[in-house]
Ligand binder design. Structure first.
Ligand code: PGA
Length: 253
């Protein structure tokens, strides 16, 4: 399986010209790699501009979608709109969207709609804190079970799961998680996925790590942590940092 390196640009950069320049700098590097697939998720207003230059090695995704396709839904963007702009992927259930009201139920509706319009889904899950009794594992299990409720098994081939512990995300995080911890969580995630679908399907779903990933810790998550890829926030806004991670992902066994 190719390693997936996903850049989640969030509300950056502030203008389209900078977005295009950053994308093209990343694409130049991404195009030379055989073992890595790059997916850049810019703000939706830049999707069209970037998708014009997208390739099979450097694709474009959106950061969210709405589950209806038309009507009185102020501020929303639909699956077919995103698809028509040229996105092939969409992030669903990012913790920053969950903080704004996304629930497992709305996430489930979003995933169903995304699949209906042939978008591949990057489903983010992650607990806000750890407890000693393992309740957080139950929380992760529910995010998967409820988020993927009644989604036909064969559609799960279009799913990517990103495990992003909320305590490890963003500038306020003390640090990233550890490769060993990610490895344990990814085994747990696959086990839950194999109950939702089956073992074979679960083994084919890429499980990524996200949360304070940078060029210094990327290798550990990909080797010791056996991550199928990385979801990168802040460090995806620097061409040099992101390209260094692409190089690392190409090199690791
Ligand atoms: P970060 O963000 O890499 O800046 O911690 C990751 C994410 O929120 O996807």
């Amino acid at each position: 399986m190719k390693k997936l390196l996903i850049g989640n640009w969030k509300l950056n950069p502030t203008d389209e010209a900078t977005a295009k320049k950053l994308f093209s700098g990343i694409k130049t590097k991404a195009s030379r790699l055989r073992k890595v697939k790059t997916i850049i998720c810019p703000p939706s207003v830049y999707v069209s501009a970037l998708a014009k230059g997208a390739t099979s090695k450097c694709a474009v995704g959106a950061q969210d979608l709405f589950w209806e396709v038309k009507g009185a839904f102020t501020g929303q963007v639909s699956a077919p709109m995103i698809k028509r702009l040229g996105a092939d992927y969409v992030i669903v259930g990012h913790s920053e969207m969950r903080a704004q009201g996304d629930t497992n139920e709305t996430i489930n509706k979003k995933i169903k709609k995304a699949f209906e319009y042939r978008l591949q889904v990057i489903l983010c899950i992650g607990e806000s804190e750890r407890d000693h009794d393992g309740h957080y594992l139950e929380f992760l299990q529910n995010e998967l079970k409820e988020g993927l409720y009644k989604i036909p098994k064969k559609l799960l081939r279009n799913l990517i799961v990103a495990y992003e512990p909320i305590w490890a995300i963003g500038a306020k995080a003390k640090a990233a998680s550890t490769p060993q911890d990610f490895l344990e969580k990814s085994i747990f995630i696959r086990k839950v996925l194999s109950h939702i679908a089956d073992k074979d399907t679960a083994m084919k779903i890429p499980v990524l790590y996200g949360g304070s990933v940078n060029e210094k810790n990327a290798e550990g998550f990909l080797t010791e942590g056996k991550a199928d890829g990385l979801l990168v926030g802040r460090a995806s806004l620097s061409k040099d940092s992101f390209n260094e991670m692409l190089g690392i992902a190409e090199r690791v066994k």
